[in-house]
Design a binder for this molecule. Structure first.
Ligand SMILES: CC(C)(COP(=O)(O)OP(=O)(O)OC[C@H]1O[C@@H](n2cnc3c(N)ncnc32)[C@H](O)[C@@H]1OP(=O)(O)O)[C@@H](O)C(=O)NCCC(=O)NCCS
Length: 117
């Protein structure tokens, strides 16, 4: 697990977290993969923090950890999260059933990431 707590530069307030989780177990017919995740306090949404922090952790994942593909899952109604994923270059692959909820499965390959920077 590679996760960072994010603090504002001025007040050092904790605003959320962003990171890569390593999944050993099987999910949507995949196992042993990295998943991008993030969560921010609501009062700090829409300020670009998810995009900025995700870009930093994706760079770390592809350049330092040499990951070939990073995945992301989000509830199919979480439009903010899906918008962030698309901005980051993730491609929607499919919808799958996650504990009874329709869930969107996204993937960003290292080559797609390299071509987008
Ligand atoms: C999803 C989440 C991480 C997005 O974080 P964020 O810091 O607000 O994201 P960003 O500011 O980088 O980008 C948000 C985008 O959505 C747009 N947006 C529209 N309405 C918005 C709203 N009500 N709140 C936030 N963003 C909104 C923003 O304008 C921005 O797009 P743009 O850059 O094209 O203008 C945040 O909403 C959150 O923590 N949600 C709760 C937890 C969660 O859903 N985690 C993901 C689980 S998969």
């Amino acid at each position: 697990m590679h996760v960072g707590l994010l603090l504002t530069k001025k007040t050092k307030e904790c605003i959320g977290w962003c990171g890569l989780k390593y999944f050993k177990e099987s999910l949507n017919n995949h196992s042993h993969f990295y998943e991008l995740g993030y969560r921010f306090k609501q009062k700090h949404w829409g300020k670009g923090f998810a995009t900025e922090s995700s870009n930093a952790i994706l760079k770390y994942g592809f350049k330092k950890l040499h990951i070939k593909s990073i995945y992301a899952i989000t509830h199919h109604e979480n439009v903010n999260s899906m918008h962030v994923l698309r901005k980051l270059g993730f491609k929607f692959i499919e919808t799958f059933d996650y504990e009874g909820d329709p869930t969107s499965w996204f993937e960003l390959t290292k080559s797609d990431w390299e071509n987008s920077i």
